[in-house]
Ligand binder design. Structure first.
Ligand code: AVJ
Length: 322
């Protein structure tokens, strides 16, 4: 426990140094989710501009039967494995339906955050007393490896919420290749992709009127202040979001409003910012259907079915190994 926390801290420290020493400067959005960051993300999901969660929820609530018949064509027992489970709101729709139809399965949420897993377990245990649930804290791939060798049941792997969007297309390709290597012929992969749409709709989702997304980005500076004794003044940075319609990439930046020096005590390093210098904070990649097809093919899958919300803002894509 102690040593794994230390390892995570080291990686974070190393990433902070690497990102602030680079040109252009960057941070990894995976560090957004401390307690306050997770709370702010919950707020983001409730924003009127943030259509992603609503679209995926719509798909899960209106097409549950379709999902079920693709996942469970033969009533064979399976493991329902969720990568990065979060608060489980959408998954509970599936679990509820599966239990009602007497499906035989174990729900296996995998998450980095032990606290998130505890909350999820409490919630699901109260809501579904008959559910078999096995939580796994830590690395997705390491957990899946043990499943490949130790369980002969079908694996249905969920990767929801457009979390894939935080990967560049090359990173996404590598991610699915690794995942494929840990899957058997009968397994299923179920992924949430945010689709390309009116660029203004996308931009608003990352530039909300209440400034919650700005606070979500600025919170990483506050986290670095707290954990590494840095002296970032969040007031000296402003959030800037962009959407590039050809790449399909939404990006967030924090822009230094003035020339300034930031000192990070625990790293004993100082970093200079020029006036208007950006820090690249996050990519949220948007897909179209041919990008999804290509990605599946290039990593050893075929697209079995794409499910859409009414506005076609979002798709849950069902992949099978080839
Ligand atoms: C959790 C990665 C899906 O990119 O839409 C929300 C994170 N960042 N608003 C996204 C996020 C700014 C979100 N994902």
């Amino acid at each position: 426990m102690q040593s794994s926390t230390a390892t995570i801290q080291n990686t974070f420290a190393e990433d902070v140094i690497r990102g602030l020493s680079a040109t252009p400067k960057f941070f990894s959005s995976k560090y957004f989710y401390d307690d306050e960051g997770s709370r702010l993300f919950q707020e983001i999901m409730k924003l009127p501009e943030y259509y992603l969660t609503k679209a995926e929820y719509e798909i899960f609530s209106t097409q549950t039967q379709k999902i079920y018949s693709i996942f469970v064509p033969d009533n064979a027992p399976f493991d329902l494995i969720e990568l990065g489970s979060g608060d489980g709101t959408k998954t509970s729709l599936l679990v509820n339906f599966f239990l009602k139809h007497k499906a035989e399965f174990t729900y296996v949420p995998i998450d980095i955050s032990g606290e998130a897993l505890e909350l999820l377990t409490e919630k699901f245990a109260a809501q579904f007393p008959n559910l078999s649930i096995q939580t796994e804290q830590g690395d997705y791939f390491r957990t899946l490896e043990t499943f490949k060798t130790e369980s002969n049941k079908r694996k249905i792997i969920l990767f929801l919420g457009s979390n894939i969007g935080n990967f560049s297309q090359t990173q996404a390709q590598n991610f699915f290749n690794e995942l494929r290597a840990l899957m058997n012929a009968d397994d299923v992969l179920f992924i949430g992709f945010d689709l390309q749409k009116n660029p203004r709709t996308i931009l608003s989702a990352y530039d909300d009127a209440q400034g919650v997304t700005a606070a979500f980005n600025l919170n990483l500076l506050t986290r670095i202040n707290r954990e590494f004794g840095a002296d970032f003044d969040p007031e000296n940075f402003s959030h800037y979001a962009s959407y590039h319609p050809i790449e399909g990439a939404a990006r967030s930046f924090l822009i230094s409003k003035k020339e300034q020096t930031v000192f990070i005590d625990a790293l004993n390093k100082k970093f200079e910012f020029a006036m208007w210098e950006p820090i690249f904070m996050e990519i949220s990649q948007k897909y179209n259907l041919s990008m999804i097809d290509n990605l599946a093919q290039a990593s050893g899958f075929r697209v079995e079915k794409n499910l859409f919300d009414d506005k076609k803002f979002y798709t849950n894509s069902i992949w099978k190994p080839v």
